[in-house]
Design a protein around this ligand. Structure first.
Ligand code: ADP
Length: 482
């Protein structure tokens, strides 16, 4: 049997370029699918960071003019990933963040930059490269959203299409005047096409025109069909509910493995969990906290944004400090960055804050914190709580989205059944967060019960194995039912 060919289209891919969980998924899923008899290639924009890391690139197609300049498709390897990189210097040869300029503002030509990605994805889907004609085109998030539209309006036999939503908050909405320049026919500007409240909606187009839709957890799949969480797209998602499903993300369990983690002061596994105490002490030193084994150390690794609920944590800080310490690694919203910097100054030795993106420190927090906090207002899947489970940092999370699906609250029933892995709180407000912090702090005092929580978490399967099987099944169903 020939392997099923999948073209994954994504605007970021770990380890080449990453701003969030999307990159992790785009980088890990192809590798997890390979043993299941899938041939997955990933199409990504040729940002400088991507082009630099390509091994043996070969130009397999030239565009004379792709949205304002010449472009090439490069077929290349990068580590274990097989890639097509869209080398279009007029669109992607810019430093830093893939979406924004040095001031943090969206590039004014993002509509063209990501239409070009989608155009190339659709072209490959339609057979542009005879050496790789995909059976399924899997487009991630709004940046790849127009892929389904180009395929739909091509008027030719096309591959099956799947759209995955990693975060409904980012939708890619642009002026309708752009329509002719995007190479879409006039009839595309309709409710059944790319039209979205009088604009062109890239994510909307993907949700409207793809054969199947997934999001990254079952709970988030349900939530986004409700008006409170649907961000304008709930009606469409309800209408298409028969083709919507949720598949949890996994994590790379080699990159995230406390037994072999070079970033840790002491490596450990479930049998020698006591060694974790050394990582806690090292983290306390690294973050200018008092070295204190007795009180729980709460950790945060996050974008600092409204979504992540870290303003709630600032308000809950007095309650937290009554019981333990806080170590925060994050970057983003300037007001939040300032609040956490000030908290570290006001509570020296008890609050540590590092602003920025720091892969190594992220590992050290997972290895050294007793509790990992994720108080998100909404969370499609969330990855840091999965890493936390693997590292024996007990997750304390808001009861939303993927957090709800991955952490089992230490309520009486779960404790009796011996399956609890962490703490959930709801509603998502300061008193409920404080309540959960107090609950975690008092559980921490019972060392035996605490290590049971840790061990349950460490036994949880957070790898890509199960998720990859679910995607494999979905691709196969999709091909069988067309
Ligand atoms: P989102 O994609 O919404 O930011 P996720 O939890 O899905 O949130 O994924 C975030 C990923 O980025 C995780 O792998 C996490 O470890 C990582 N991360 C977030 N902030 C930082 C940071 N400041 N430094 C290092 N890694 C970070």
């Amino acid at each position: 049997m020939k392997p099923v060919r999948i073209l994954s289209v994504a605007s970021e891919i770990f380890p080449l370029i990453k701003t969030g969980g999307l990159a992790d998924v785009a980088g890990a899923l192809p590798l997890a699918l390979a043993p299941l008899d899938f041939d997955v290639r990933s199409l990504v924009p040729g940002y400088p960071a991507v082009l630099r890391q390509l091994e043996k690139p070969v130009a397999v197609h030239q565009y004379a003019n792709l949205f304002g300049g010449p472009a090439r498709l490069l077929d290349a390897q990068a580590g274990k990933l097989r890639l097509f990189a869209l080398d279009a210097p007029h669109l992607y040869d810019r430093p830093g963040n893939p979406y924004t300029n040095a001031e943090g503002k969206d590039w004014p030509d993002n509509a063209q930059r990501f239409a070009a990605l989608a155009r190339a994805g659709a072209d490959i889907g339609l057979g542009l490269l005879p050496g790789f004609v995909p059976d399924v085109v899997h487009a991630h998030d709004w940046q790849a959203g127009l892929t389904a539209a180009y395929l739909h309006y091509a008027g030719k036999p096309r591959p099956a299409t799947l759209a995955t939503v990693h975060n409904l908050a980012f939708q890619g909405q642009f002026d309708k005047a752009l329509l002719p320049t995007l190479g879409l026919p006039p009839e595309a500007f309709a409710i059944g096409g790319v039209e979205y409240y009088g604009t062109i909606g890239y994510l909307k187009a993907a949700l409207q025109l793809s054969d199947r839709i997934t999001t990254v957890s079952p709970t988030y799949a349900r939530e986004i069909m409700q008006p409170e969480s649907g961000m304008g797209l709930d009606g469409l998602l309800r209408e298409r509910r028969a083709v919507v499903s949720g598949i949890l993300n996994g994590i790379d369990t080699e990159v995230w493995n406390p037994a072999h983690d070079e970033h840790l002061a002491a490596r450990y596994d479930a049998r020698v969990l006591r060694l974790r105490a050394r990582d806690k002490a090292a983290l306390q030193q690294r973050m200018d906290l008092d070295v204190d084994a007795e009180r729980p150390l709460f950790g945060v690794i996050s974008r600092l944004s409204w979504q992540k609920g870290l303003d709630l944590l600032i308000d809950a800080l007095p309650a937290l400090l009554a019981h333990g310490q806080l170590a925060v690694l994050g970057s983003g919203d300037a007001a939040l960055e300032e609040k956490y910097t000030r908290a570290a100054e006001d509570h020296r030795g008890r609050v540590g804050c590092v602003l920025g993106y720091d892969e190594e420190l992220a590992h050290q927090i997972q290895g050294g914190a007793d509790v990992l906090l994720v108080p998100s207002r909404f969370e499609p899947c969330g990855l840091t709580q999965l890493c936390a489970l693997r590292y024996g940092a007990v997750p304390l999370v808001a009861r939303v989205g993927g957090l709800n699906d991955t952490v089992i609250d230490a309520n009486d029933m779960a404790l009796d059944a011996g399956v609890a892995t962490g703490f959930q709180f709801a509603p998502i407000d300061v008193p409920a967060l404080e309540g959960a912090i107090v609950r975690a702090a008092s559980a921490f005092r019972d060392k035996q019960a605490w290590s049971r929580l840790q061990l349950n978490g460490m036994r949880t399967d957070v790898s890509w194995e199960q998720p990859a099987r679910r995607y494999a099944q979905l691709y196969r169903d999709l091909l069988a039912t067309r």
